[in-house]
Design a protein around this ligand. Structure first.
Ligand code: PXP
Length: 246
């Protein structure tokens, strides 16, 4: 069964909207863990718009599952990761003006820099995953730079599902399924995330070798109505359910 990494960024978004100390993303992480989260994910963005440096340190010190630090491949972030030593780093592209991570990392274009970072982090005992589109060239490049894992950007699939349901998302789903097969054949671990929710998650579970889903926005949105514990439990139950498309 695929693991569930709960992304707590948007608990910090709500906190920062009022400059208070609550709601606390660390508290959310601990509740999520007690309701079945297999890991906690947080994105330390260059502009610190949600998660802050002290949140990362408190998450590392407090959680009992695995910390996945999402970050851009910059000298500043690499230095922070080497000091923090999360279980895993997921390298993502980042642009200040974007609302959320748009598109995957261009591993082909930034091969040299990514190779260096993967080596530095892996040497320090930190697993590295690359957040990429499920295209053959990006998957092969991810293997070439020495990453042990990739996380497929599911945004295109989720967008297509939102407007056209499963039928409308067939092409995007096929790209993910094919990409997973290629990744597994190269020995890469496969994660997936971005835009996943209770309606669109099931078909994704048919991806070969799927190890972990990273889900944030929809879980925090559901938590407004049900509480974060029940929201995590509901997603875990869906992931545990035998899937349609296997
Ligand atoms: N995975 C990665 C690499 C991301 O950048 C994000 C968004 O921060 C997510 C997963 C989670 O996406 P969402 O918040 O849409 O569930």
């Amino acid at each position: 069964m695929a693991k569930l990494g709960v992304n707590v960024d948007h608990v910090a978004t709500v906190r920062n909207a009022r400059g208070t100390s609550f709601p606390d993303p660390v508290k959310a992480a601990l509740i999520a863990e007690s309701h079945g989260a297999d890991g906690i994910t947080a994105h330390l963005r260059e502009d610190r718009r949600h998660i802050r440096d002290e949140d990362m340190a408190r998450l590392k010190a407090s959680i009992t599952t695995r910390l996945n630090m999402e970050m851009a491949n910059t000298d500043e972030m690499v230095a922070i990761a080497l000091k923090l030593k999360p279980y895993m780093v997921t390298l993502v592209p980042e642009r200040r003006e974007e609302l959320t991570t748009e598109g995957g990392l261009d591993v082909v274009r930034f091969e040299t820099g990514i190779t260096e970072t993967v080596k530095k982090l892996e040497t320090a005992g930190i697993h590295v995953s690359l957040f990429i589109e499920p295209s053959e060239e990006q998957i092969r490049a991810s293997h070439k730079v020495g990453a042990r894992m990739v996380e497929f950007h599911t945004g295109v699939y989720c967008g297509a599902f939102e407007s056209g349901g499963l039928e409308g998302a067939t092409q995007a789903l096929d790209a993910l399924l094919q990409g997973a097969r290629l990744g597994v054949s190269l020995g890469l671990g496969i994660n997936a995330g971005h835009g996943l929710n209770c309606d669109n998650v099931e078909p994704i579970l048919a991806m070969e070798g799927l190890e972990e889903l990273n889900i944030g926005h929809s879980l925090i949105a559901d938590a407004i109505f049900f509480g974060i514990g029940p929201a995590v439990e509901r997603m875990k139950a869906l992931i545990a359910t035998p899937v349609l498309a296997k």
